[in-house]
Structures are given as structure tokens and as C-alpha cells.
Design a protein around this ligand. Sequence first.
Ligand SMILES: [Zn+2]
Length: 369
Amino acid sequence: MTQFYGKTKICYGEDSLETLEHVPAKQAFIVTDPFMVKVGFADRVKSHLDRAGIPHHTFDGVEPDPSLEVVTKGAKLFLRDEADLIIALGGGSPIDAAKAISFFAHKARTDKPKPTLVAIPTTAGTGSEVTAISVVTDKVNEVKIPLNDELLIPDMAILDPRFTRSLPSHVTAATGMDVLTHAIEAYTSRQANAFTSIYAKYAMRYVFEYLHRAYVNGDDMEARSQMLVGSCMAGMAFNNSGLGITHSVAHSLGGIFHIPHGLANAVLLPHAIRFNSFDAGIRYQEIARMLGMPAETVEEGVESLIKAVIELNESMGIPTQVRGLKIEEKAYRDHMDVVAKNVLEDICTEGNPRRPSHGDVKLLLEQCW
Ligand SMILES: [Zn+2]
């Protein structure tokens, strides 16, 4: 059986935040981080709740890579407030935290309906506003706990480009390349289907058309808006299709060398395309054709796509090799076996079109250096 699941109501545009005034709720609980409060973004959300007469409480304790401790604390406060609406405001971390808080609070309060979960992303981005995934970190035992459950999918996503306007250009670049990686990996995944492919294709188009514009001019609201839509579409795709080895390697290198997720994906993506080109060449050729690149043959399509990704990276100051990320060569080589092991165990490798061996992954890591 093939299936596609998409339940989130998506509202987008510069007036989309107003929709908060029409969400039926008695008590709201806003999950965010201290930065969102400092720059006044949380106040924007609150003003709409005030206008609708919905009482609210703000939990701004979310740190990057939200911990189990923070999620537990948030769930307790949510239950104490007897809230029925959770609003996630921020990048991937507050959204992941809010999803987990909603999940645990619902499990602890089964006699009441599941709280309504609204996600407002402030980067374009993770696509977390429409996915069933949340990663919580057990900081005591130093392990990441990936949650994957349909209950985690937000009921509503609000894509307001005004929240991404002030993002620094390097963050715009890295998070935007994460979108492209989601879309390309979803399109070439072993679990791709007709529906995921449509979302993935449009997301790629949007990135190639609008990411560089958003990078050079953060106030380009059309570009900001379309990147949020592209990010959301890529999320719809990979939530159903899974991802691939670019993400598996980025997860491991990111954990060891503390490289931002989007930046790691950006550097690795062209190498992963070449790595997979024997198994997914036709899919890469299709992408190149769709984007109007030379793609008469499979080989030409693959080369065109690799070149386009590298050029997009270079136009935003992103290096083409891992050594450009200020990692020491010895440390990188010393970790190759561990990284290869992690990659083979990573859930994203299941979607990868090529079934790699430990040695294959080490070769890929060699090429990425
Ligand atoms: Zn990603």
C-alpha cells in the first residue's frame, strides 16, 4: 500500500497571524525561546490572543536541542494551566519542544481531547510545522530521543514571512539549503510516491528561484514568503517519504563537530548526489530537466544538478568541502569509523536510494573532506 498523510491546515502570508483569533480555545500555552520574547515576536502572538479574549501563558524556557527536562517542565505547566491550545513559536527547537509537550500532556490527560497544536516557524527551515517527528535530548545520558507519531503533527501551521525578515544572511543560507536537501532527498527516496514527488519538486523550484534573493536582501518579502512555503512543502514531502544519506551524515557530523544542521547538509549534498548517482541518476536527471538545466543524458543531468547546488552554495559563501568548516583533519579522520557506523544506523539511511556498506560511507566521507 502507498499512502500520503497531510493533516495540517496551512495559513500563509503577511496577514496569516490573524487566523489565531479564530482558533477555538479557552486557554493558550505559548512555547518559545528567550530570543523570541526579547525581539517582540511573542508579543505579536499574544496581541492576537488578547484580541480574541483567549487567556495565555508563555513558556520561554526552550534551549537549542530541547531537553527531556524542559519538555517535562513544559508539559507540567501546560497541564497546570488546563490549556487546550499550544502555540509553538520559533525555529526547529521550540516547535519540536511544543510537539513533545503536546504529546506527553495528551498521554497524561486522556480524558480530555488532544490539545490543538499551532506551529509558527521563524526560519525556512526545518519543515517541522507539518511533520510527525520531534527530537528530544536526554542530556543526562547524552542520547537523542526521536519521537515519531502522527499525534505530533501540528493541526495548523502559520507561515508569516515577517518572522523570517530579520534572520541573518548566513542563517537564511543554511536553513534554505536544508529545505533543498529535504526536497532532493524526498524526491529520490526509496519511499517516494506521486504525492511526495509533487511537493518535493515545487519545493526545489522555490529554493532555486527565491533562496538567493532572500539571502542578498532579507527584506525581499516575496522571497521570504516563498521560502517559507517551499520549506513547508518539503516538510510535507519528507514526512511521508523519509530522507537520505545527506541527513544521516549531517546528523553524525553535526553531533560530533557541532556544525549547524543546514550548513552540514549544504556542504554534503553535492557529494551525496554523486554518491547516489548510479542508483538515482534518472531522478536527478528529472530534477535537472524540471529546473531547465542541460540534461540530455542521465550523466549530464547529474552533473548539471551537482554544479547548480555547488554554485548556489558558493553564491552564499558556503564551502564545497567539509575542510572549509574549520574542522581539524586529524579529528575528522579519527571519527570516520564512528560516523560511518552512525550513518548506517540512522533512520534516514533507510530512504537512501543506494544501500551503502561501512566502506562505502567511509569513501563518501573521504570525498567530502
Ligand atoms: Zn534537515
